[in-house]
Ligand binder design. Structure first.
Ligand code: MN
Length: 480
């Protein structure tokens, strides 16, 4: 929805958080007053922007403070008000959130570039203080991207590129798939307009062609599940334009992209996911090497699902994704799913989850403590966290995510400092390989350790790719 009114916002708040409509009203009037006389490039009153940001947050069922901060998010930057004013007129939490999304003042920097790096760092590290800061930033960026048509072509490309480099990875890490895929498509539309159009056309043609087949399968599977008393809901899920673009770029032909359209089957509990898989496989022939169990092996952003590609009607290959309703909520909303599930406790649960379950969080904290210089910090995050990744297996079958270019040394230190420090060799896929072997997707990695043999680590620092492993190797040499 592109045209959102104040009434729309209040209505959605009333639906999921009726006790808070009064304070949201007050925040709206407060921001409206402060932005009076300011206009966007589209010619609309400025308040239109914070209103939309708050609406995007309310669609995620954000808590009261987050929605209010969404309404107030540009007041510190663009109006005369201070953080203390917001703390006094609302509360300390809202003031902190607004401050978290506010750019650092020009006054403190010698150049525009320095200021940019400092701001990028502030956005990225916001996640370590309060992940809601990033979520507000994402909503802010999403609305700016939706209304990018009013900017100059140069600005459009610049913003689209920054969105791809910074905001899409952040959206990926916190798991908000919906925001991520919309940001990707909007960026591609401005970066490669003709390509975007072409894929859009092909996609709608394929959707038309496969409509009957998918509906037929959907009906058949629905009946089978009803017969076995498995509560379920089935939807057709379409890959986003950018997802298709990425595959084509990797050298796939359009006819090889089998998950362009998929059947998403949601059931009540985990056991029924596997029963459903059995039911589907006994009705449709599976393509053997296309089966993935992300329930046992969740993706590193907590995504869980069973994927299986089967021969559907007319031998059309169709991917089915089987998961519980709960898993589907996480798949669409990531960490923000906690707003619904945990209500008032959501913020703390999100922060705890980040610390305990998200591999990238530890790396980010590590890079943050290692690099004082903002430019170095930003570059390191881009090459280590926001770049392409490889996924490899431990001997136990756990999946470890590493930046592309990582070696078994990085793997060992990612498992634990002890394993890194006592590593003397490595097997990859049962073959002995040198420690600077470049890891590939799906490699099975077995580190050989010699409990007391701290062998020579000469040159290991260069053979490692991640900052964490490099630092650990340096520390070891000091001790030695
Ligand atoms: Mn804004």
């Amino acid at each position: 929805m592109n045209k959102v009114s104040y009434e729309n916002l209040i209505e959605i708040i009333r639906n999921y958080n009726p006790e808070e409509t009064e304070v949201v009203k007050r925040a709206y009037e407060y921001a409206d007053n402060l932005h009076k006389g300011q206009f966007r490039q589209s010619g609309e009153p400025y308040i239109f922007h914070p209103l939309n940001v708050a609406y995007i947050l309310a669609e995620l069922h954000a808590d009261r403070d987050t929605v209010c901060a969404g309404l107030l998010h540009d007041t510190l930057e663009d109006t005369a008000i201070t953080k203390e004013d917001i703390a006094h007129d609302f509360n300390r939490n809202i003031a902190n959130l607004v401050d978290g999304v506010t750019k650092l003042s020009k006054m403190n920097f010698s150049s525009k570039q320095d200021q940019n790096y400092a701001n990028t760092r502030k956005i990225i590290t916001g996640i370590t203080e309060d992940v809601r800061i990033i979520i507000i930033k994402l909503a802010d960026r999403l609305h700016n991207m939706r209304t990018l048509g009013f900017k100059s072509e140069f600005k459009q490309k610049e913003n689209a590129l920054e969105t791809m480099e910074l905001f899409v990875p952040l959206a990926y890490y916190i798991g908000t798939y919906r925001i991520k895929s919309e940001l990707e498509d909007l960026s591609l539309r401005y970066l490669k307009p003709s390509m975007y159009k072409k894929i859009e056309e092909i996609k709608s043609k394929i959707e038309e062609d496969s409509h009957d087949c998918l509906m037929e399968m959907l009906g058949t599977i629905e009946d089978l599940l009803i017969n076995r008393n498995i509560p379920s809901e089935i939807k057709v899920r379409a890959k986003n334009i950018y997802g298709i673009y990425k595959r084509l770029n990797e050298g796939y032909k359009l006819s090889d992209i089998h998950d362009l359209l998929a059947l998403k089957i949601m059931v009540d509990e985990v056991e029924n996911c596997y029963r459903t898989l059995g039911i589907i496989h006994s009705e449709y022939h599976p393509v053997n090497d296309k089966f993935k169990d992300y329930i046992c092996n969740p993706k590193t952003n907590m995504y869980q699902s069973l994927h299986t590609t089967v021969f559907g009607l007319d031998d059309r290959l169709v991917q089915t994704q089987i998961r519980t309703f709960e898993m589907d909520r996480i798949a669409s909303f990531g960490l923000t799913a906690y707003w619904d599930a945990e209500k008032g406790r959501a913020r703390d649960v999100m922060q705890q989850d980040l610390k305990n379950k998200f591999q990238f969080f530890r790396s980010l904290t590590e890079i943050n403590s290692m690099f004082g210089d903002n430019q170095q910090f930003v570059n390191q995050v881009k090459c280590e966290l926001f770049s392409d990744k490889v996924y490899v297996y431990t001997t136990k079958g756990d999946i470890i995510e590493l930046p592309k270019g990582s070696t078994p040394i990085d793997f060992a230190y990612k498992i634990s400092t002890d394993i890194g420090n006592t590593m003397i060799g490595v097997f990859v896929n049962d073959k002995y390989v040198p420690v600077d072997y470049i890891l590939q997707n799906k490699d099975r990695v077995k580190i050989i350790t010699g409990a007391l043999q701290f062998g020579s680590r000469d040159g290991w620092e260069e053979k490692a790719h991640t900052s964490y492993a490099k630092r650990k190797i340096r520390e070891l040499q000091v001790d030695y």
